[in-house]
Design a protein around this ligand. Structure first.
Ligand code: SF4
Length: 362
């Protein structure tokens, strides 16, 4: 069923039919993981979690970029902010994420120049206007946002802006799926694959993962009917014992993805091993700035090393990001950790699972 028109995305009749099919599949103990933080919030907002039969559990995965940013990376951001003649530019969510002994928000209160921007282009423009400072843009995100950062770096080189650098902490989704599928403590029967990321990388980017692990996986959009279609496809594949890699977000996602964006990504960035909160170091799961663009690499310019740092005491973000715990199973949830006083990033980010539970879960 192709969904093309706006009103159909939330149609009660279509939703009910999909729910009937989901219930009819009837297999017990099905654990599905939505990999994307936007899916987590959309699922809560539309009430889908409460509609699903008890035999189906929806787990949140490592799809919130701020949440998976390792504690050592947060600490390194804060250390960079303390340098002379530096202006840090970042998206708002990162400010309040607690590091080991401070946060960007605290560093700003202590005098560091940290500014919220809405795009990397804003940071580049600031660099053009502020030539006596170096503008460091904190690059946190997945394949969705990385191409625009890559394009901005290329633009900086083309226009000769030398006081603009990027601290790349970007992460890649397919290697994280592999890490989840091979982890002994994680059990997932089907993956709801992220729509936004898939617009860029295409369905083909998941093929080697799927062929290796044979776990039913489907790319889905973010409207209620999109999500229910994804769940329906997964439970049918699981009940029928016929794993498949599918795409129910065909209005936006193709097999090949956005080739232009992929080219830009591979021109400016190169894959590297990266540390994820909850998943540890995953080979080839990060993006570092390629050699040809090293003059725009904050880590090279300031010789920044990312140390291994423990996660906040008592915070279960790591387990939540791998679907092995839910926020109410964290002893700090709602008692000590709230959106006003977050202990971990999963309570800070608007896409964080703890924040979504706090807001929507009764
Ligand atoms: Fe961490 Fe707070 Fe979530 Fe617990 S509720 S896992 S402390 S972010």
């Amino acid at each position: 069923m192709a969904i093309k028109h706006l009103e159909e995305y939330r149609d009660a009749g279509i939703s009910n039919r999909l729910m009937d099919n989901i219930r009819a599949a009837g297999k017990t103990g099905v654990r599905l993981m939505e990999v994307c933080g936007t899916h987590t919030v959309a699922i809560f907002r539309s009430g889908i979690r409460s509609l699903l039969p008890e035999n189906i559990s929806l787990l949140s995965g490592p799809g919130c970029p701020v949440c998976v940013t390792a504690q050592g990376e947060i600490d390194a951001f804060i250390e960079t902010a303390k340098k002379e003649d530096v202006i840090i530019t970042t998206f708002g969510d990162l400010l309040r994420v607690p590091g080991t002994s401070s946060s960007l928000q605290q560093a700003r209160a202590d005098g560091a120049d940290i500014r919220i921007v809405y795009s990397a282009i804003d940071a580049l423009e600031l660099a053009r206007q502020t030539t006596d400072k170096t503008i460091v843009f904190l690059g946190v995100g997945f394949e969705t946002t990385a191409p625009t950062i890559a394009a901005t770096i290329a633009m900086a080189r083309q226009t000769g802006v030398g006081n603009f650098v990027v601290f790349s902490a970007h992460k890649l989704v397919p290697p994280a799926l592999e890490a989840l599928a091979s982890a002994e403590t994680v059990r997932v029967d089907g993956f709801l694959l992220p729509g936004h990321v898939s617009v860029i990388i295409g369905v083909n980017a998941y093929r080697s993962f799927f062929e290796k692990y044979q776990i039913p996986s489907v790319v889905a959009g973010f409207e209620p009917v999109d999500i229910l279609q994804g769940v329906e496809t997964l439970v049918a594949a699981i009940a029928g014992g016929s794993p498949a890699l599918g795409n129910v977000y065909t209005r936006a996602v193709t097999d090949a993805g956005n080739i232009k964006a992929q080219k830009r990504l591979s021109e400016v960035f190169a894959p590297t091993d990266a540390r994820w909160r909850g998943l540890g170091i995953i080979p080839g799961s990060g993006l570092q700035i390629a050699e040809a663009y090293q003059m725009f690499d904050a880590q090279v310019r300031y010789d920044i090393k990312i140390a291994d740092a423990p996660e906040p005491k008592g915070c279960a973000c790591g387990e939540i990001l791998t679907g092995t715990k839910t926020p109410p199973e964290c002893s700090l949830y709602k008692k000590v950790c709230t959106p006003m006083a977050p202990v971990g990033p999963c309570m800070v980010s608007s896409e964080g699972t703890c924040a979504a539970y706090y807001r929507y879960h009764v």
